[in-house]
Design a protein around this ligand. Structure first.
Ligand code: 5GP
Length: 138
């Protein structure tokens, strides 16, 4: 099923496009969580990061860097979040892979709360978790 991003790519619905090449497109996120909030989206409709071919992902990262620098300059941002939600549990709502470039400002109203559980995790548990990832990489 085609997503709203495919409709933007195919010019079936309007968007404020800021960049486009043969592989990726970047346009303003409709929600404008902060001024300049931009999405970098591959033209090909891969659903998530797991499916993205490495070379396309590398290109998308390169363009995400360019957009980040442009947003920082254009909006005099104090910082930039670069993030990608993969899967419903991670907050993904449009199932066509994308990076959010989210300019951050001192005292803006963005909240993404990371709770520190360091004190609840034993050294053995850290070792076990690291091993689980290393084994999954094989
Ligand atoms: P996700 O939640 O999947 O990480 O991000 C999807 C993003 O797409 C949301 O931030 C949402 O505001 C944005 N979005 C949804 N529909 C539209 C649309 O029609 N136009 C634009 N420009 N952005 C959209």
């Amino acid at each position: 099923m085609s997503t709203v991003f495919e409709k933007i790519i195919n010019r079936e619905i309007p968007a404020y496009i800021v960049y486009e090449d043969e592989l990726v497109i970047a346009f303003l996120d409709i929600s404008q969580v902060t001024p300049g909030h931009t999405l970098v989206v591959p033209i090909a409709p891969y659903e998530n990061i797991y499916e993205m071919p490495d070379d396309l992902l590398a290109h998308a990262v390169k363009i995400t860097k360019k957009i980040s620098i442009a947003c920082k300059k254009a909006f005099d941002a104090d910082g930039i979040y670069v993030l990608s939600n993969n899967g419903e549990a991670a907050g993904q709502t449009v199932f066509h892979f994308h990076f959010h470039v989210l300019p951050r400002y001192i005292n803006d109203d963005v909240s993404l709360k990371f709770v520190n559980h360091m004190n609840d995790v034993t050294k053995d548990e850290f070792k076990k978790r690291a091993l689980m990832i290393k084994e999954a990489l094989l």
